[in-house]
Write a protein that binds this ligand. Structure first.
Ligand code: PLP
Length: 389
């Protein structure tokens, strides 16, 4: 009998994929399911991006590329960072990887080991805690509370840091809450981090262009942290490219050889055609991104008031991403029960808040990356179901 390594028992998963499997099963039985569980734009990748990939294949870009990504792509990333954040980043610091997740996997494995601690948002993207445990480090949850707009107070975060802390993970706009950390709080956090020079920071900014109103504050604003800041970003959400598996991290230059070795030991490089598509995305027209962000904002403006009219539901207005995170405590049911019963009884797939950590109890996550008609039907079904409780 083959015996798995102990660490395999530490690896978690993402509930969204399990809910998707159950929703698909119910649909195969003939049930009508509205899936607000999975977090991906319901838009198609803009045609000029698809064409750039096809052209790259026709041009014969079929081989391996350098492990860190082709230079024109890393230059395009650097130019895009300058356009968005006004900071100069050397393309040498850019590491192109197969999706946003890979930057977090690498960063956590690089800094986490038994005897160390990594601080991450709770509720937060479930893969953070999963990979932290896999690395052997201890998960230190950073509570994101509704009363703080699903953000944090810098002093509360700094109070979690100990001599064992190796990495602090931030995510704004946030999955699952849609919360955005105010610039003033990041200013205080960056100032406080001066007292913790050994703590690296992973700032997951994958939803950075999906907000309405002013752009969310970025950790790029703090050059004093540049020698220990990793910024995670990518194409999945902004350009509706989740299936292309294309992302990047901006790393302190001194860590690039380590990241490259991790890449060479795992995926070698990102597929070449996708890299050419990535250039077209960054250098092409901004209209598709703006249209998508505006559409998400319009849906949000319909959905949140509609949820707040349902009995037993209270929902804060998300500042970014495409998630609503309603408080369901007044229903008298716990989050997992609401997730299960909404799917089985009402045909609406949502994700229990506890899939994102202990502080997610009392909430469910709804993705509004679905068209308005689906959202309207979901709210009608939820209302009818809540009426039966
Ligand atoms: N970071 C956050 C906060 C996310 O929500 C996701 C995807 O849902 C990712 C990273 C991963 O993105 P990718 O699909 O590019 O790996």
């Amino acid at each position: 009998m083959p015996i798995l390594a102990d660490r395999m028992g530490q690896l978690g998963t993402e509930a969204a994929f399990q809910v998707l499997a159950r929703a698909t099963e119910l649909e195969a039985q003939g049930r009508s399911i509205i899936n607000l569980g999975i977090g991906q734009p319901d838009f198609k990748t803009p045609p000029h991006i698809v064409e750039a990939a096809c052209q790259a294949l026709r041009d014969g870009h079929h081989g391996y590329t350098v492990a860190n990504g082709i230079l024109p792509l890393r230059e395009a990333v650097a130019a895009d960072i300058h356009r968005r954040h006004g900071v100069e980043v050397s393309p040498r610091r850019v590491m192109v990887v197969p999706g946003g997740k890979v930057t977090m996997f690498f960063a956590i494995l690089m800094f986490g080991q038994p005897g160390t601690e990594i601080v991450c948002p709770d509720p937060g993207f479930p893969i953070y805690a999963s990979v932290i445990r896999f690395s052997g480090a201890r998960v230190v949850p950073m509570p994101l509370r509704e009363e703080n707009g699903f953000s944090f107070r810098a002093e509360d975060v700094l109070a979690l840091l100990t001599p064992r802390t190796r990495l602090l993970i931030l995510n704004s706009p946030s999955n699952p809450t849609g919360g955005v950390v105010p610039k003033a709080e990041l200013d205080k956090l960056a100032a406080g981090l001066q007292h913790f020079p050994d703590v690296a920071v992973l700032s997951d900014e994958i939803y950075g262009e999906l907000s309405s109103g002013p752009a969310p504050a970025s950790m790029f604003a703090y050059p004093e942290l540049a020698d220990r800041l990793i910024v995670l970003d990518g194409w999945s959400k902004t350009y509706a490219m989740t299936g292309w598996r294309l992302g990047y991290g901006v790393w302190p230059e001194k860590f690039i050889p380590d990241v490259e070795r991790l890449a060479i030991n795992s995926h070698s490089c990102v597929n070449a055609a996708a890299q050419y598509a990535g250039i077209a995305a960054l250098q092409g027209p901004r209209t598709p991104v703006e249209t998508m962000a505006r559409t998400f904002a319009e849906r949000r403006d319909w959905l949140i008031p509609a949820l707040n009219r349902l009995p037993g539901i209270r929902c804060a207005v998300p500042g970014g991403a495409f998630y609503a995170f309603p408080n369901i405590t007044a229903s008298g049911l716990d989050s997992r029960t609401v997730q299960r019963r909404l799917l089985e009884e009402a045909g609406v797939a949502t994700i229990s808040g506890t899939s994102f950590g202990q502080y997610g109890e009392g909430y469910v996550r709804l993705s509004y990356a679905s068209d308005l008609a689906a959202l309207q039907e979901a709210v009608t079904r939820m209302g009818a179901w809540l009426g039966t409780l």
